[in-house]
Design a protein around this ligand. Sequence first.
Ligand code: XMP
Length: 326
Amino acid sequence: TWTPGNVIAEQVAAVRAQVGDARVVCGLSGGVDSSVAAALVQQAVGDQLTCVFVDHGLLRAGEAEQVERDFVAATGVALKRVDAADRFLQALAGVSDPETKRKIIGREFIRVFEEAAREIVAETEDAGGEVRFLVQGTLYPDVVESGGGEGAANIKSHHNVGGLPEDLQFELVEPLRTLFKDEVRAVGLELGVPEAIVWRQPFPGPGLGIRIIGEVTAERLEVLRAADAIAREELTRAGLDRDIWQCPVVLLADVRSVGVQGDGRTYGHPVVLRPVSSEDAMTADWSRVPYDVLATISSRITNTVPEVNRVVLDVTSKPPGTIEWE
Ligand code: XMP
């Protein structure tokens, strides 16, 4: 019979058999798949595993802490965190085109990961060991979609990156290859991965970088992060997390409109709420979030984020709209 415990026992044995005494690296994104894969491999080979968390500065409020503090506390993994926020911001300076942003973020991500992996390889070799494996949170639907090929050691395509260079190739460890998403969640809970991670809604690899329409700057990220945190908090408070597939909050950074706050006129930016329901993100419908929840989100955002003076709701299905605005 299928139980999370059986899957864990099976995969722990398989990972041990595959890896032996070698060292293993794993890129953590803060998402469900990489977190559960890392927790499983940690269970199997303990501190032979080193996780790399590239903080690109495009995460939402609290997400870096979830990885660095909560995930580490829950699993005991050895974590190498790279604070690369400045580097990403510099690379994104002056860029507004969505696909260019994605390419830049993907490129920087793989470079930063590569540097961190090289450091781990060098440290391991100095100590007489060898890093031979890379953990990937590949799920069964990913296997089916990609034709089941093994391929080279690519960081999962949701980061939109190519592979690592020739001289830094690893053998893949993919302990979730036979599992569907709901099974991964069950396994994650059994392994003690924090619920906030296990139940995290889909979040794009390029992060808030593609939720600021216009150039990405540190100030704009701060504004969006504050508005997004309020929306997420209120949707959670209303018990809507499991009904909503995801709810991008989008900052229209190049749009300004006139408003009035207190005694004065304002000239601020709109944010868009984009709550959607979906089965697989291929198609989606806009979620009928109750008006009173929307009202609370709107007034809290406009009362506490001074740069935002308008909150608008996206009522477009997919197609024709995509879930993200970029
Ligand atoms: P769209 O906007 O195409 O999004 O309807 C479908 C799903 O994919 C996510 N998404 C991305 N995920 N890198 C990712 O890892 C990306 O560049 C990207 N663009 C969109 C989106 O959040 C939704 O779940």
